[in-house]
Design a protein around this ligand. Structure first.
Ligand code: MG
Length: 114
Protein backbone atom coordinates (compact mmCIF):
# COMPACT_ATOMS: atom_id res chain seq x y z
CA UNK A 1 0.00 0.00 0.00
CA UNK A 2 1.26 3.44 -0.84
CA UNK A 3 2.15 5.61 2.17
CA UNK A 4 -0.47 8.15 1.09
CA UNK A 5 -3.20 5.51 0.91
CA UNK A 6 -2.22 4.16 4.33
CA UNK A 7 -2.29 7.63 5.86
CA UNK A 8 -5.61 8.49 4.26
CA UNK A 9 -7.21 5.19 5.32
CA UNK A 10 -5.95 5.39 8.88
CA UNK A 11 -6.90 9.03 9.21
CA UNK A 12 -10.40 8.24 7.90
CA UNK A 13 -10.80 5.43 10.44
CA UNK A 14 -9.57 7.63 13.28
CA UNK A 15 -11.81 10.52 12.21
CA UNK A 16 -14.78 8.15 11.92
CA UNK A 17 -14.06 6.91 15.45
CA UNK A 18 -13.85 10.49 16.75
CA UNK A 19 -17.11 11.37 15.00
CA UNK A 20 -18.78 8.22 16.34
CA UNK A 21 -17.85 9.09 19.92
CA UNK A 22 -18.87 12.73 19.46
CA UNK A 23 -22.25 11.69 18.05
CA UNK A 24 -22.94 9.81 21.30
CA UNK A 25 -21.28 12.49 23.45
CA UNK A 26 -18.68 9.96 24.58
CA UNK A 27 -15.28 11.05 25.83
CA UNK A 28 -13.03 7.97 25.73
CA UNK A 29 -11.72 7.12 29.19
CA UNK A 30 -9.35 4.38 30.16
CA UNK A 31 -11.51 1.88 32.08
CA UNK A 32 -14.42 1.86 29.62
CA UNK A 33 -12.12 1.88 26.59
CA UNK A 34 -10.16 -1.04 28.03
CA UNK A 35 -13.31 -3.04 28.74
CA UNK A 36 -14.72 -2.44 25.25
CA UNK A 37 -11.37 -3.21 23.59
CA UNK A 38 -11.05 -6.52 25.49
CA UNK A 39 -14.60 -7.43 24.56
CA UNK A 40 -13.84 -6.85 20.88
CA UNK A 41 -10.57 -8.79 21.08
CA UNK A 42 -12.49 -11.71 22.61
CA UNK A 43 -15.08 -11.49 19.81
CA UNK A 44 -12.33 -11.55 17.18
CA UNK A 45 -10.65 -14.56 18.81
CA UNK A 46 -13.98 -16.37 19.03
CA UNK A 47 -14.79 -15.64 15.38
CA UNK A 48 -11.31 -16.69 14.27
CA UNK A 49 -11.45 -19.96 16.18
CA UNK A 50 -14.92 -20.66 14.84
CA UNK A 51 -13.46 -20.01 11.42
CA UNK A 52 -16.68 -20.49 9.45
CA UNK A 53 -17.51 -16.89 8.53
CA UNK A 54 -14.59 -14.97 7.07
CA UNK A 55 -16.60 -11.77 6.75
CA UNK A 56 -17.45 -11.96 10.44
CA UNK A 57 -13.77 -12.42 11.32
CA UNK A 58 -12.88 -9.32 9.28
CA UNK A 59 -15.75 -7.41 10.90
CA UNK A 60 -14.48 -8.28 14.37
CA UNK A 61 -10.94 -7.29 13.37
CA UNK A 62 -12.29 -3.90 12.30
CA UNK A 63 -14.00 -3.57 15.68
CA UNK A 64 -10.63 -4.25 17.32
CA UNK A 65 -9.01 -1.51 15.22
CA UNK A 66 -11.70 1.00 16.21
CA UNK A 67 -11.58 0.17 19.90
CA UNK A 68 -7.76 0.24 19.85
CA UNK A 69 -8.08 3.79 18.55
CA UNK A 70 -10.50 4.52 21.41
CA UNK A 71 -7.95 3.23 23.89
CA UNK A 72 -5.33 5.51 22.37
CA UNK A 73 -7.68 8.50 22.48
CA UNK A 74 -8.43 7.79 26.14
CA UNK A 75 -4.77 8.46 26.81
CA UNK A 76 -4.50 11.53 24.62
CA UNK A 77 -2.77 9.81 21.71
CA UNK A 78 -3.74 11.69 18.56
CA UNK A 79 -4.21 10.65 14.93
CA UNK A 80 -0.75 11.77 13.84
CA UNK A 81 0.89 9.68 16.57
CA UNK A 82 -1.10 6.57 15.60
CA UNK A 83 -0.25 7.06 11.93
CA UNK A 84 3.42 7.71 12.67
CA UNK A 85 3.74 4.59 14.81
CA UNK A 86 1.85 2.47 12.29
CA UNK A 87 4.29 3.59 9.61
CA UNK A 88 7.17 2.74 11.94
CA UNK A 89 5.83 -0.77 12.52
CA UNK A 90 5.42 -1.29 8.78
CA UNK A 91 8.97 -0.09 8.14
CA UNK A 92 10.36 -2.32 10.91
CA UNK A 93 8.45 -5.37 9.69
CA UNK A 94 9.43 -4.70 6.08
CA UNK A 95 13.09 -4.63 7.15
CA UNK A 96 12.95 -7.98 8.94
CA UNK A 97 14.49 -10.86 7.01
CA UNK A 98 15.54 -14.43 7.63
CA UNK A 99 19.01 -13.02 8.31
CA UNK A 100 17.75 -10.90 11.22
CA UNK A 101 14.72 -12.75 12.56
CA UNK A 102 13.40 -16.24 13.16
CA UNK A 103 10.23 -17.88 14.39
CA UNK A 104 10.67 -18.52 18.11
CA UNK A 105 9.43 -21.46 20.17
CA UNK A 106 5.93 -20.12 20.52
CA UNK A 107 5.54 -19.04 16.92
CA UNK A 108 6.44 -15.35 17.11
CA UNK A 109 8.79 -13.81 14.56
CA UNK A 110 11.55 -12.43 16.79
CA UNK A 111 15.08 -11.12 16.46
CA UNK A 112 17.53 -13.99 16.15
CA UNK A 113 19.04 -15.02 19.45
CA UNK A 114 16.16 -13.75 21.61
MG1 MG B 1 -17.51 -6.89 17.64
Amino acid sequence: MQQRDLTDSLRALIQSTLDFYARFDVTPELDTSTRVFREEVDELIEAAHDGTDLTHIAEEAADVFVTAIGLCLANGVNADMIIEQTRAVIAKNDAKTHDTHEINSYGKIARKGN
